[in-house]
Design a protein around this ligand. Structure first.
Ligand code: HXC
Ligand code: NAP
Length: 271
């Protein structure tokens, strides 16, 4: 079991989209470090299972069923969180949707669905929690994706949305820095066993093998990799880090045309 050298006891951590996958892994990291957790997602069944996992680490955990596209509901959720737990010390915004689809085939509504969840949803989560963030001292971590800076075929909607998420990180870091709020993006690479990878490169498939080959560290990440990064970024050890976009991806984002280097040299030698 990963042991974290961080103490978040007495801290309130709210994770939007924290009921499964990477975001739940991050929530568990904070729970292991002693934090009080609140998580949000749409499915009550997923909320119940997440709460059970979080409480198993010994601390307090509560859950809210809400859609990040519904600003009225978010207003209720953050008001209730404040009444029950007080000010938020760490806010993680990671609710997202994805499916592979060609730009000339997906409907405007398909594109809009992803932009509304990932980009507008991130704005909503930050905007409607803002009055309940601890000032000074709050930390916001937006969960981005490599698609925010790597144009990827079949991912026009996600690329557009996540590039926007990173710009929200930078602009809110500028606007809210004077109040003592730090804002950063974490960029997960391909993370093993998650919904995102199931949709793009299912376990055991050739697609998954190809992804692993394209990662300099030659492995997929695990959710604990993101938890470690989130704990560090939200800790006092990172107190001068804000407005950054931090890949946690085994070097995956370094790829692109540069990955042709060794292949080209081999081919030139052969000819
Ligand atoms: C084309 C699709 C589609 C698909 C849905 N749509 N799936 N179009 N191909 N596979 C279209 C629908 O037809 C509809 O358009 C529009 O999108 C909205 O669909 P709904 O089902 O009504 O949307 P909604 O119920 O809001 O669900 C949102 C969702 C869904 C994004 C479509 O998949 C979802 O809730 N996903 C959450 C979980 C998830 O995706 N996790 C992975 C995150 S990973 P029309 O025109 O018919 O109305 C990630 C990055 C991974 O974000 C990076 C890995 C490297
Ligand atoms: P996941 O398990 O599907 O997690 C998505 C979470 O967001 C769930 O809690 C989901 O719960 C919630 N959610 C989705 N739509 C929502 C909505 N409209 N309103 C409220 N909550 C909503 O996905 P994941 O693969 O772990 O990805 C988590 C994050 O990491 C995402 O931001 C994703 O873009 C990013 N990421 C993932 C990978 C990867 O390898 N998986 C790589 C790069 C980036 P409900 O469905 O119940 O609402």
């Amino acid at each position: 079991m990963t042991r974290y050298p961080f103490d978040f006891s007495d801290k309130v951590v709210f994770v939007a989209g924290g009921t499964s996958g990477i975001n739940l892994g991050i929530a568990e990291g904070f729970a292991k470090a002693g934090a009080t957790l609140a998580v949000l997602g749409r499915s009550q069944d997923k909320i119940d299972k997440a709460i059970e996992k979080l409480r198993a680490h010994g601390g307090r955990a509560s859950g809210f069923s809400a859609d990040v596209r519904d600003t009225d509901r978010l207003t209720e959720v953050f008001t209730q969180t404040h009444e029950a737990l007080g000010l938020i010390d760490v806010l993680v915004s990671g609710a997202a949707g994805n499916f592979p689809a060609a730009a000339n085939e997906m409907s405007a509504n398909a594109f809009k669905a992803v932009v509304d969840i990932d980009l507008l949803g991130t704005f909503n989560v930050l905007r409607y929690s803002y009055q309940y963030l601890r000032k000074p001292g709050a930390n916001i971590i937006n969960i981005s994706a490599p698609q925010s800076f790597i144009p990827m075929e079949m991912q026009a909607h996600v690329c557009a949305a996540k590039a926007g998420v990173d710009m929200i990180t930078r602009t809110t870091a500028m606007e809210w820095g004077p109040e003592g709020i730090r804002v950063n993006s974490l960029v997960p690479g391909p993370i093993q066993g998650t919904e995102g990878m199931k949709r793009l490169a299912p376990q055991g498939s050739d697609a998954e093998r190809m992804v692993i080959e394209s990662v300099p560290m030659r492995r997929q990440g695990v959710v604990e990799d993101l938890a470690s990064a989130a704990l560090f970024v939200a800790s006092d050890m990172a107190s001068y880090i804000t407005g950054t976009v931090i890949p946690v991806d085994g070097g995956w984002g370094l790829g692109g045309a540069g990955q042709l280097g060794s292949t080209l040299v081999e081919l030139v030698k052969k000819n």
